[in-house]
Design a protein around this ligand. Structure first.
Ligand code: ZN
Ligand code: ZN
Length: 432
């Protein structure tokens, strides 16, 4: 059998190609980092990425689902592998102290906001370009179709569906397997995998409770939405404690509760924003339905003159990595990086819109679901990792800044290199 020697050759070749592309990719990464843009406003970011992919010989389409980029490399017979990176940044003031830290701001409905790549999406899309370079350089080592995606608006769970609604699979190619990755504060140079349930479904729901305002001294002539809202908040706690089976993990958080202006005025309405997380899409829908039922019933109980209003601010489905595909990609990563560089990723209560690409029903593309693997690359330099307290990866991560912190910075050279190679190795596990 020649499989084993070929793998060793490929490992060296991937390393050499990554080395050759590294300076350019790192420069691109720093440019993207310095120029963060909000969801669906990734104009400059997507233009740079599209240009870099075009320069590598890919067939590039811009403006897919807003600012999304699709890059294809047809290289003979074989399966189609989709590799996804995201591009959007967050309204956070960067405090990393990096010499290429962002100082940008953006104008939004709520005023001027600072901008920062605090989730490392600049890293992900740079890794896509790096993997694109490796795959272009190794063209004679593989066959099939490589489909690269730079996705907008992950943070608001909008970009994946926007690209799918814009005909991603009909206009370009329907993948056989979908791959993606996210950085995590694990040790730089490591790759974390998890088969099955890996990230939560999430719904952010806005609720308006209508009362009838008036003078604070004459409550009988009003309908007080503050009292109704207070009952809603406490009653919602019974969903997790009384309606959800104890073996399931569900979170219901009322993160915003706003009503009124001063003590002696009973307001007309109260506003709530509720965050719901779970790991099962059917259970998730049930929890959202329970929230609606309870809010309606409390409004009725409090004699609200008009029914409450519900608005889904954003939502995404749970992420379930295909077990067979995880085994396949994990084995390839183990051969490339060494087994000691792999770790078992704990299940995260965080959420992603990546699973829409694989879910035929929720993604609205019909036919069979498409298997996907979403893995994690470590972002904490080795010295810092070794001095961080804790035994397991999960324990240590509790002591480190997480994505969305103004101090979070995943873009060290080891992580960037690992991210590029992890993507290329994952792709080659199917096309090599
Ligand atoms: Zn994020
Ligand atoms: Zn992210």
């Amino acid at each position: 059998m020649t499989i084993h020697p070929q793998r060793i050759d490929l490992k060296e070749a991937i390393g050499a190609q990554t080395g050759a592309a590294f300076e350019t990719v790192q420069a691109l990464y720093r440019q993207l980092h310095q120029y963060p843009e909000l969801p669906f406003q990734e104009h400059e970011t997507s233009a740079r990425l599209a240009e870099a992919l075009e320069a590598l010989g890919y067939e590039v389409a811009r403006g897919v689902g807003g600012t999304g980029v699709v890059a294809l490399l047809h290289n003979g017979e074989g399966p189609t592998v989709m590799l996804r990176g995201d591009m959007d940044a967050l309204p956070i003031k960067e405090d990393t102290g990096l010499d290429y830290a962002s100082t940008r701001t953006a104008e939004t409905e709520s005023g001027t906001v600072p901008l920062m790549h605090a989730c490392g999406h600049d890293l992900h899309s740079s890794c896509v370009v790096g993997a694109a370079a490796v795959m272009a350089g190794l063209k004679d080592q593989w066959s099939g179709t490589l489909m690269l995606i730079c996705q907008p608006a992950e943070e608001i769970f909008g970009g994946a569906r926007a690209m799918l609604e814009d005909g991603l699979f009909e206009r370009f190619a329907r993948p056989d397997i979908i791959l993606g990755q996210h950085n995590m504060p694990a040790q730089a140079g490591t790759v974390g995998h998890r088969a099955g349930s890996a990230m939560a479904a999430c719904t952010n729901l806005a609720v308006t409770i209508h009362g009838a305002g008036g003078h604070g001294s004459m409550p009988a002539q009003t309908v007080d939405p503050v009292v109704i809202a207070a009952h809603v908040v406490t009653r919602l706690q019974t969903i997790v404690s009384r309606e959800v089976p104890p073996e399931e993990t569900v979170v219901v958080t009322v993160g915003k509760l706003h009503a009124g202006t001063q003590a002696n005025i009973i307001p007309h309405s109260a506003e709530l924003e509720i965050n719901i997380r779970s790991f099962d899409d059917a259970l998730h829908r049930q929890v959202v339905a329970s929230i609606e039922r309870i809010v309606r019933a409390e409004c009725e109980a409090g004699r609200a003159p008009t029914p409450p209003e519900f608005r889904v601010l954003n939502e995404t489905i749970a992420l379930h990595n295909d077990a067979t595909a995880v085994t396949h990609v994990r084995r390839a990563h183990g051969e490339h990086f060494g087994e000691t560089s792999l770790y078992d990723m704990p299940r995260l209560n965080g959420s992603e819109d990546f699973p829409y690409f694989g879910n035929a029903e929720a993604g609205g593309f019909g036919g069979e679901d498409i298997p996907y693997v979403y893995w994690f690359i470590g972002a904490t330099p080795a010295e810092r990792w070794q001095t961080t307290p804790g035994g397991s990866v999960a324990e240590k991560m509790r002591h480190l800044e997480m994505p969305h912190s103004p101090y979070y910075f995943p873009g060290n050279p080891v992580t960037l290199r690992t991210g590029i190679e992890a993507m290329a190795v994952g792709v080659l596990a199917y096309l090599g």
